[in-house]
Ligand binder design. Structure first.
Ligand code: PGA
Length: 244
């Protein structure tokens, strides 16, 4: 496991973009696993800048997003389809046919979930997966629980996640209660994992992850510690409690 502690969010975003850029230069048809949430936005901005200023080429990459709210139209401003389009895809030269985001309105959800994992497998797996981390240790929508699912599945959002995500909605009642998410097994199959955390509100989460020395389904991110190629990129605020 590698840990980078960057001065601030800008430097964190540049570090993550550097890692992705160097992987893209080694493999032009990279399979990139993407995340939503506030944390990766700076990385997307940095990658857009490199596309515009240096011609970083996204035309051959394939992307798989981690999750989507269930039952939300894809053009809804709070859907993850909309988020990815606005924050990344519309500003780079990606091939739309190579973008994969879980469908929040599948006809047969169980079959759809299996097909999503199969599609990742058929692409040869995810080369590099970007992850944020919830304050409760969740990864994508894999919430702390007695058991965690391996594959892509439908899940109930916890109260704490609904509360955290309500900042993007008009009211907490508008936050969907269910989501479709890649499982920890799907995520752990990625060849390389980048876990990002920024800001004071993640400081205790990171301390628990890196100092407790335990792996538990009640802290889903802790399972990542078993992955052979995980890089954790923090800013100083997120690293503060861990460094004490
Ligand atoms: P954030 O979300 O990047 O908005 O903090 C991370 C997460 O909940 O996984």
């Amino acid at each position: 496991m590698k840990i980078f502690i960057e001065k601030n969010y800008t430097d964190l975003s540049k570090r993550v973009a550097d890692i992705i850029e160097s992987e893209m230069k080694e493999k032009s048809n990279l399979v990139l696993g993407l995340a939503t949430g506030s944390t990766p936005v700076g990385t997307y901005e940095e990658l857009i800048k490199r596309y515009k200023e240096e011609g970083l080429d996204f035309s051959k990459i394939t992307t798989f997003n981690l999750d989507e709210y269930l039952g939300i139209p894809h053009d809804h401003v709070n859907s993850y389809h909309y988020f990815m389009e606005e924050n990344f895809f519309k500003s780079i030269n990606i091939d739309n046919d190579k973008i994969n985001i879980p469908n929040g309105n599948p006809e047969n959800v169980e079959e759809y979930c299996k097909a999503y994992d199969k599609k990742i497998e058929n692409q040869g797996g995810i080369d590099i997966q970007i992850l944020g981390i919830g304050e409760n240790g969740h990864i994508a929508f894999n919430e702390p629980d007695d058991k965690l699912y391996l594959g892509t599945h439908v899940t109930d959002l916890t109260e704490s996640t609904i509360k955290a995500n309500s900042r993007f909605f008009d009211s907490i009642d508008d936050v969907p209660k269910k989501a479709i998410t890649m499982g920890l097994g799907s995520i752990m199959k990625s060849k390389k994992i980048l876990l990002l955390a920024s800001g004071k509100n993640k400081a205790n989460t990171i301390k628990k992850l890196l100092k407790d020395g335990v792996v538990s389904t009640h802290n889903p991110a802790s399972l990542l510690l078993l992955h052979p190629d995980v890089t954790i990129i923090l800013d100083e605020e997120a690293a503060e409690e861990y460094m004490k």
